[in-house]
Design a protein around this ligand. Structure first.
Ligand SMILES: *Cc1c(COP(=O)(O)O)cnc(C)c1O
Length: 448
């Protein structure tokens, strides 16, 4: 069967995510027949480097044998069981290990990132309600934040392209400035921007903290904003402010957790512990949907009561799925056994080195890098740049999806020198080709 065969059937029956389907009249969908390591292969044998880790979920490459083996082994004993009133070994072991790694000893499970956001928002409000402070029912989120697409998550998301249409359905969060280090003026550094953003937050808290349950943020890197990176000093300061003004800190590490920023969790770089930690995406190495909200004793205890309604009566059918938890345990084993964080430091140095010719270019600015994420902004007046760049890269065997005019790389941790060289060379060639022939750039926006 050809690519054409599958893309036509897919167009007819699959409503693809984050997509204006009509654009697929001209833009092909790429049917993937198989994937291995960093490579995706289509039905005609073309291979693509997965430069975005399959929407930021894959950690160690596709088909990682130890994760596969763990899931297979689990399949032989228990695939899934209701988690209300029942439990099983993988969910207990995973909760214990995540608790030991984060200092947050109570784990509540969902299936997708957005459901983790919903869980954290609801838990925070419910905590204050249980304490007799139901008026603490508003949230603070950052300019350009992204926390998922369900209605609660969208109300703390500041990407108008995704949220504006649904504005009448949402109860918008209070927005505070992003500490995005690109805002630094001449003579300022990332810490200056962080402190200015924290001061703006303090202004809001000083006036409104009596009505605020929590501040939610993406630690160190605002992903969907276009990989906006910022100083850990911001997290450190927000932690102090949250304590001083008695509001929760929700750390959405759905994208940045599991080694993406160089440490297992991004909050570690600021030496802080959030009140709620949301995890998903990399948690199963990109194999199965699973999300988790971790919290501390003091919050858990506020729900522990004779009264049923003081309990957290939230659920998802697949909560704590045994296969997904086994995959997550295998992921933690791999971090330990292969010393992934140390190996990634080496990889990151290499890739930064390969990207030097990109960094040197006159037509890009704000080249930036945190852990296993790289990004830069392209000087282009064309709103269709992202789409054209995506296609130029694809023609060279690389899957890279710009966000607006920001090009970023978020490769699986199995990236080697040959892949790095190919990505870097293809990037320069694509930028050259589009600069020489801007007529190739059509209209339309690039979606993450
Ligand atoms: C992807 C993402 C989410 C939403 O996760 P889904 O699994 O897509 O629902 C939430 N927050 C951040 C920071 C993300 O990157």
């Amino acid at each position: 069967m050809s690519n054409q065969h599958w893309l036509e059937r897919s167009r007819a029956s699959v409503w693809h995510p984050c997509t204006q389907m009509k654009r697929h009249e001209t833009l092909p969908i790429i049917p993937v027949r198989e994937a291995s390591g960093i490579w995706l292969t289509d039905f005609e044998g073309n291979r693509y480097i997965d430069g975005v880790s399959s929407w930021w979920v894959n950690l160690f490459g596709h088909g990682e044998p130890r994760i596969k083996a763990a899931i297979r082994d689990q399949l032989d004993s228990l695939e899934h069981v209701i988690l209300a009133g029942f439990t099983h070994a993988p969910v207990v072991e995973l909760s214990e290990r995540l608790g030991a790694l984060t200092g947050l000893g109570h784990a509540f499970y969902g299936s997708d990132g957005a459901s983790a956001t919903e869980i954290a928002l609801k838990m925070s409000f419910h905590y204050w309600k249980n304490l007799g402070k139901p008026e603490k029912n508003r949230y603070i989120s950052l300019e350009n934040s992204y926390h998922g697409e369900t209605a609660g998550a969208l109300s703390v998301t500041d990407v108008p392209l995704f949220s504006a249409t649904y504005a009448p359905l949402l109860r918008n969060a209070i927005r505070v400035p992003s500490p995005d280090s690109r805002k630094a003026a001449q003579g300022e550094n990332a810490d200056d921007v962080a402190l200015a953003a924290a001061a703006a937050l303090e202004n809001v808290l000083a006036k409104q903290s009596a009505h605020i349950a929590a501040i939610i943020l993406e630690p160190l890197v605002q992903g969907a904003a276009g990989m906006a990176m910022y100083s850990p000093l911001y997290l450190e300061t927000v932690r102090q402010l949250a304590d001083r003004y008695d509001v929760h800190l929700i750390a959405d590490e759905i994208a940045v957790g599991f080694g993406r920023t160089g440490t297992l969790f991004a909050c570690e770089q600021a030496g802080i512990r959030p009140d709620f930690l949301c995890l998903s995406k990399g948690i199963t190495g990109g194999f199965l949907p699973l999300s988790c909200v971790l919290t501390r004793d003091g919050i858990y205890d506020a729900f522990y009561d004779e009264d049923v309604t003081r309990g957290f009566l939230h659920s998802h059918s697949y909560t704590g799925n045994a296969l997904a938890c086994r995959a997550a345990l295998a992921v933690l084993d791999i971090f330990r056994d292969d010393d992934i964080l140390a190996a990634n430091r080496e990889r990151a140095n290499q890739f930064t080195h390969y990207l030097e010719p990109v960094r040197q270019r006159r037509d890009i600015h704000h080249f930036r890098h945190t852990g296993m994420i790289w990004a830069f902004d392209v000087d282009t007046p064309h709103p269709g740049f992202g789409q054209a760049f995506f296609q130029a890269m694809l023609a060279q065997g690389c899957l890279v999806r710009p966000i607006g005019n920001t090009v970023y790389f978020m490769p699986p941790y199995c990236i080697d020198d040959a892949h790095m060289a190919q990505l870097a060379e293809a990037t320069c060639k694509s930028l050259d080709a589009l600069a020489d022939d801007p007529g190739r750039i059509g209209a339309g926006l690039a979606l993450p």
